[in-house]
Design a protein around this ligand. Structure first.
Ligand SMILES: CC(C)(COP(=O)(O)OP(=O)(O)OC[C@H]1O[C@@H](n2cnc3c(N)ncnc32)[C@H](O)[C@@H]1OP(=O)(O)O)[C@@H](O)C(=O)NCCC(=O)NCCS
Length: 176
């Protein structure tokens, strides 16, 4: 088991080396069976292309990117989609919560969620929305942290090895 060095921090720009390490985290999560938009196997090229797009969104101020690292490099990350329609300036979507398997079950997911909520407040956001595979590790984490479960959408997405899964929609009112 690796030794965590986190506190999570917000990246204002993303270097090539960080894109490489974030690609490692994403590939590991997909290999581990996480339903996070990609099918298995996820090539390094596609993973890096995804993070380059994220880096552009970070540079444009459209996304907040939080990361945490251990002695081997970045091992956890989560994002806030800050850019929303003009009638929802107070809202952000939380997405791509990813912890490398080497760093799980040590409280990093919890720390990333707390850091994301702090970052959201700093950005003037008072309402957060996310969805997670129904009954999975992430959904359990969000419920434990006080996110409100809205409901389930059956057959929402494919698992990385195939087979449909349901998603559960959650929200968090930061003003409460
Ligand atoms: C969901 C995910 C982010 C959780 O990350 P994590 O770092 O393992 O989260 P935590 O360590 O805070 O909590 C996970 C579990 O470890 C336990 N835990 C936390 N610290 C611990 C410690 N020091 N010792 C023992 N157990 C601990 C928690 O109680 C929790 O238990 P539970 O699953 O039985 O409820 C991670 O599993 C992941 O990346 N999954 C794949 C990607 C994914 O599905 N992302 C969600 C997209 S919506």
């Amino acid at each position: 088991m690796s030794t965590p060095l986190w506190s999570p921090r917000r990246l204002r720009s993303v270097s090539d080396a960080q894109i490489d390490e974030l690609a490692d985290v994403l590939i590991d999560c997909v290999e581990g069976g996480a339903s996070v938009s990609f099918m298995h196997p996820l090539s390094r090229g596609r993973a890096e292309a995804f993070w380059r797009g994220v880096a552009q969104g970070v540079a444009a101020g459209e996304r907040a990117l939080l990361v945490a690292e251990d002695e081997r490099g970045l091992c956890g990350t989560v994002q806030l989609m800050l850019a929303q329609p003009e009638n929802q300036p107070h809202r952000a979507d939380l997405a791509k919560m990813l912890v490398h398997r080497r760093a799980r079950r040590q409280g990093l997911g919890t720390a990333l969620m707390q850091a994301a909520e702090t970052a959201a407040r700093e950005c003037g956001k008072t309402l957060l929305v996310l969805d997670a595979v129904t009954g999975g590790d992430a959904a359990r984490l969000y419920a434990r942290l006080g996110w409100v479960r809205v409901g389930e959408i059956p057959g929402y997405a494919l698992m990385p090895q195939g087979g449909l899964c349901s998603t559960t929609v959650f929200y968090r009112n930061l003003g409460a």
